[in-house]
Design a protein around this ligand. Structure first.
Ligand code: FRU
Length: 500
């Protein structure tokens, strides 16, 4: 008996040793993000159920553990105490007889409005879309509906609600991605749901019975494709409440494929009224989709995570045992600019804890090409303050490259920031990846601050503290090690930071 037990002990030690070796191999893959969350193996798309509770940020995510291409969706799960180091936990939600588990949200039912937990041990409640694939194949329209599951042990184990669905389908294809939030000012739960070419707003006092309040968007914003993954949140601006709605659209992004637009307006607990119908984008890069914010986050901070990918090529990117990653968590802030409101997004302050060695760059006027470093090893962060004494031609070009001539170029042409990855080293079969992404931009007061967050296979560009953002992947054959700048520009201040 003892021998058998020893055999199993030895075998399991060997097994866990092999799997941890495999694990560390998988983490060493050349495009494996070092400072972004990616699942150890398998596929991921949207971040789901972002919620904070008892010192932990929970990131659930669309996940297909058995393959690196999209398939029957589960909710994967990871937790972090600081938003920058993530620990992947076992899968939280598995498909069941009602369908695959599509995107949705999670809240803490602190007052036990649902009766599923208690005030002492409140339920973490996930509300998500069931996608019933066999039903879809029959040609029926009502194959997506909203289900609920809850956890009483900090998201470690889950019970599906016995009376699912909590919101049945009224006969509409594309009826999905519920984002639920508690609105203190209206004393009720609000669900915002993506419904083909618009969003619908529902309300509830107990998370299980929902009533429709209104619709928004048929004639507003960008409509190049179907609307997905909305979010609705309140900002306090010097005593004035303003509401921001995020709506992802695919295709129809400003640079092709998937992207997330936003609207600023008023909300009375029933209907959303936008201040303007102009289309605004959270991020002009090609690779930030389906982003939403954490609920129950301390100090009501709006912490946003997006999927660092684009449906145009998401299933083809040349990663290894996993496919898909998340953006750096970013704080959203709403700022008033004259009569307009602008939504800024910028890495959360916790991100600074990753900073290692810093080397300062010398201030100088750049007219010729200047190599800033040729020993760069992403992950790294580059912070630059650029001055334009000659405001009539504020031009510059920043080039990240390797010695094979593969490169990514960020330049300003006087009217727009352009992130050019046409020579990054990889393109997808449909040639939608290696393109120039543009973002309208103007230099204010002759200066520009730029933060570039570089990982092994992505760049996140934050111009003027997150006023304009471009996120893009790249897949060089060899790592990029050189950073240079040229143009008609003064380098006023600069730092290159390694990231731990
Ligand atoms: C957005 C999306 C959602 C859907 C999920 C399925 O990327 O299409 O609308 O719930 O992905 O994985």
């Amino acid at each position: 008996m003892k021998q058998i037990a020893l055999f199993f002990l030895a075998a399991s030690a060997l097994w866990s040793c092999q799997s941890s070796e495999e694990k560390s191999e998988s983490l060493k893959e050349p495009y494996r993000p070092a400072i972004h969350f990616s699942p150890e193996t398998g596929w991921t798309n949207d971040p789901n159920g972002l919620v904070y509770y008892a010192g932990e940020y929970h990131l659930f995510f669309q996940h297909y553990p058995d393959s690196t291409v999209w398939g029957p969706m589960h909710w994967g799960h990871a937790v972090s105490t600081d938003l920058v180091h993530w620990e992947e936990l076992p899968i939280a939600l598995y498909p069941d007889s009602l369908g695959w588990i599509f995107s949705g949200s999670a809240v803490m039912d602190l007052e036990n409005t649902s009766g599923l937990g208690s005030k002492e041990n409140p339920a973490m409640v996930a509300i998500y879309t069931y996608h019933n694939s066999p039903k879809e194949q029959t040609g029926a329209n009502d194959f997506q509906y909203q289900g609920l599951a809850y956890s009483l042990d900090k998201g470690r184990s889950w019970e599906k609600y016995t009376e699912n669905p909590v919101l049945p389908n009224p006969g509409i294809r594309d009826f999905r991605d519920p984002k639920v939030s508690w609105f203190e000012e209206f004393q009720k739960w609000i669900m915002i749901l993506a419904v083909q070419d618009h969003v619908e707003i529902y309300s509830s006092t107990n998370l299980t019975a929902w009533q429709k309040e209104s619709e928004f968007g048929k004639t507003q914003g960008a409509h190049g494709g179907v609307w997905e993954c909305p979010d609705l949140m309140a900002f306090d601006l010097e005593g004035q409440k303003k509401y921001v709605m995020l709506v992802s659209v695919n295709p129809g992004g400003p640079n092709g494929g998937s992207a997330t637009q936003y609207f600023v307006g008023d909300f009375d607990g029933h209907a959303f009224d936008p201040n303007s119908n102009e289309t605004r984008w959270v991020d002009y890069g090609k690779d930030n989709y389906a982003g939403v914010t954490f609920s129950n986050s301390p100090d009501q901070r709006k912490v946003f995570i997006g999927w660092l990918n684009n449906w145009q090529y998401a299933n083809q990117i040349p990663t290894g045992q996993w496919r898909g990653a998340m953006t750096i968590p970013r704080e959203l802030t709403l700022r008033k600019d004259g009569e307009n409101f602008e939504l800024y997004n910028y890495p959360v302050s916790e991100f600074e804890s990753l900073q290692g060695e810093t080397s300062a760059l010398q201030a100088e006027s750049i007219r010729e090409e200047k190599i800033l470093t040729s020993t760069l090893t992403p992950p790294a962060e580059i912070k630059l303050r650029l001055g334009f004494a000659d405001e009539t031609s504020p031009l510059f070009e920043i080039v990240l490259s390797n010695d094979l001539g593969e490169k990514v170029v960020l330049h300003f042409d006087g009217e727009q920031l352009v992130l050019d990855n046409t020579q990054n080293g990889w393109d997808d079969p449909n040639h939608q990846f290696a393109v120039k992404s543009t973002a309208p931009f103007s230099i204010e007061n002759g200066t520009l601050s730029l933060d570039l967050v570089l990982d092994r296979a992505s760049m996140e560009v934050f111009a003027d503290a997150g006023k304009r953002v471009l996120t893009s992947q790249y897949f060089p054959t060899k790592p990029y090690t050189q950073l240079s700048i040229k143009g008609n520009v003064d380098l006023e201040e600069g730092e290159i930071k390694t990231l731990k």
